[in-house]
Design a binder for this molecule. Structure first.
Ligand code: GAR
Length: 217
């Protein structure tokens, strides 16, 4: 870490409840993480309002006008790098990132996904867990690699699927757990405890299991 504080840039596309959880956590228990910017790929993302309410600088970069994914991602990286980030956090950023972008931020790019990865990469994770009759579901924080939703896992929250669960009730409970595990992972990173090693994620210099640190409820 170049300085005492850890500059965090958050990318989002929508509501930003995970951003809010990060803001609340850095306020409730101040640590080295400092959210220095929130960037959205949609001007109507509610997360921008959350950032503004917290006094965090915001920026919007929308893809129309760019010739392809690489051009957009290059402009996005330039924008992000203007904030000198130590960590880039994807918090509901609903775009597939190019290989060049992911490589540029290797080891300092985290994502949260609403399933117990490697299960249910992509969309509609709650519906797919219900349709499969899974007894457990949850969410995952992972380092981002070139494989979509596929990088080394850092932490997973595992929760039971109840017999009367609907997509909505399950989504709500998973979201609640996302708001616990993302601030935890960001705190670990900012404190210098979490790193991406050659073989996977390391916590306190020890390899994490393939499923990451498991939190069961
Ligand atoms: C979260 O459920 C997050 O896991 C999901 O988008 C939602 C954003 O919610 N991300 C993905 O599906 C990425 N593959 P939020 O805007 O309220 O934080």
């Amino acid at each position: 870490m170049p300085s005492e504080s850890c500059n965090v840039v958050v990318l989002l596309s929508g509501s930003g409840s995970n951003l809010q959880a990060l803001i609340d956590s850095t306020r409730a228990a101040p640590g080295p993480a400092r959210i220095c910017a929130v960037i959205a790929n949609r001007a109507d993302a509610y997360g921008l309002q959350r950032a503004q309410a917290a006094g965090i600088p915001t920026a919007v970069l929308e893809h129309p006008g760019f010739e392809g994914r690489e051009a957009f991602d290059a402009a996005l990286a330039e924008l992000i790098d203007g904030f000198s980030p130590d960590l880039v956090v994807l918090a509901g950023f609903m775009r597939i990132l190019s290989a060049g972008f992911v490589r540029h931020y290797q080891g300092r790019l985290l994502n949260i996904h609403p399933s117990l990865l490697p299960k249910y990469k992509g969309l509609h994770t709650h519906r797919r867990a219900l349709e499969a009759g899974d007894a457990e579901h949850g969410c995952s924080v992972h380092f981002v690699t070139e494989e979509l939703d596929g990088g080394p896992l850092v932490v997973q929250a595992v929760l039971p699927v109840e017999p009367d669960d609907t997509v909505e009730s399950l989504a709500q409970r998973v979201h609640h757990h996302e708001h616990q595990i993302y601030p935890l992972a960001v705190r670990w990173f900012a404190e210098g405890r979490l790193r991406l090693g050659a073989e996977g994620a390391l916590l306190d210099a020890q390899p994490l299991p393939a499923c990451g640190h498991l939190i069961r409820s």
